[in-house]
Design a protein around this ligand. Sequence first.
Ligand code: FAD
Ligand code: EPU
Length: 354
Amino acid sequence: MIKNRVSLKSLNTFSLRVYADYVIKVYTEGDLLIFWNRFVQKGYSVLILGRGSNVLFLEDYCGVILLNRIKGIDLHEDKYYWYLHVCSGELWHELVVYSLKNNMPGLENLALIPGCVGAAPIQNIGAYGVELQKFCEYVDILNLDIGEKIRFTVDECQFGYRYSIFMEQFKFNYVIVAVGLKLSKTWRPVLNYIGLDKLNINSVTPVGIFNAVCIMRQYKLPDPLVFGNAGSFFKNPVINCALMDDLLNDYPDMPCFFYKQNLVKLSAGWLIENCNLSVSTCGYASIYKKQSLILININQQATAGEIVTLAGRIYEKVMDYFHISLEPEVRFIADFGEIDSVQLLSTGKKVLRK
Ligand code: FAD
Ligand code: EPU
């Protein structure tokens, strides 16, 4: 279905009132190639979107949005693993439910994360002590310029905290079309995250963890249909242990968690709560009371400008107070494509990401 000047309000979880020239739902890889070539040849900008749960549209998008709705799951197994080849338009949470219903545990800690399977590897989605990379065997991408499919092994994806190679390369000419997951038949619960550590390791079941995660998330996270949001607005900063020691001298209560080698992860939420921010709102944009890392759209009336102004104030205060640069997790989309979010918050300049 093709429309002209289409509202994106229901296509971005921030519920911002913005428009795109065209929005097209795409159900097959063949259609992806057809629409890509047709519009790129005419000089349009093209953006691939899943469920819009990690984007901030700064203004109307002057181009074409291809909504990824490519569905399908293939399953096979051997003695040790279940192997799932999942098309990228499947919903992540529905995949978690499907795997548990079919007695293939492993994904339960990642319940209720919004969005499509195809977006999951891009920032290596993670929650409650588990990240996608633990189960990812490969990621299939389609190079839209040459119509060629390429398979990235898990090592080639270069996964890290909220990071993968897909954030840096091939940005303007690829789509993730499928993700290969490998679930071990020897299930081990992951209960080290605060909140899950109360569960009994000897009796807990995958569904028990799934339910606990859903309850915690429903309590802590705002429902985008009530308060538009895109989950955590900023990433949690990762710093080295020497810097952490200095910070702990000045702020003995500052929480930190081991990340890897000599690196620790800070709580950006704590930094926001302790940086002397005088106001927590800007127009209809606000810091969510139960979870400071989340910015919300009150009454679904906020403008992108209000959200950016609030985010900019937070960025500046945390920088002034702790000398730590917060990096947005949410991807900023301007009229012709994605821009560098840190540049915008720190200098006010819109610089296209390359
Ligand atoms: P979109 O927002 O549609 O797209 C995100 C980016 O990826 C865009 O730049 C888009 O162009 C690109 N993209 C999307 N699909 C493709 C594709 N197939 N090929 C190439 N590029 C593509 N994230 C976590 O990691 N952990 C959480 O616990 C978590 N909780 C959240 C809770 C809430 C309430 C919300 C609203 C968000 C949360 N998120 C969380 C963020 C979000 O759910 C994830 O980033 C998710 O993977 C985004 O999926 P999407 O389909 O909505 O992506
Ligand atoms: N932490 C641990 N172990 C714990 C508790 C916390 O390592 O037992 C770490 C977390 O990994 C995080 C920091 O301490 O780095 C703060 O944790 P908090 O529980 O306050 O969560 P948060 O920072 O608000 C993060 C993710 C969420 C994810 C939750 C639960 C980011 C930017 N956000 O939120 O992801 O659901 O942890 O794991 O990492 C999102 O990305 O949109 C998102 C909602």
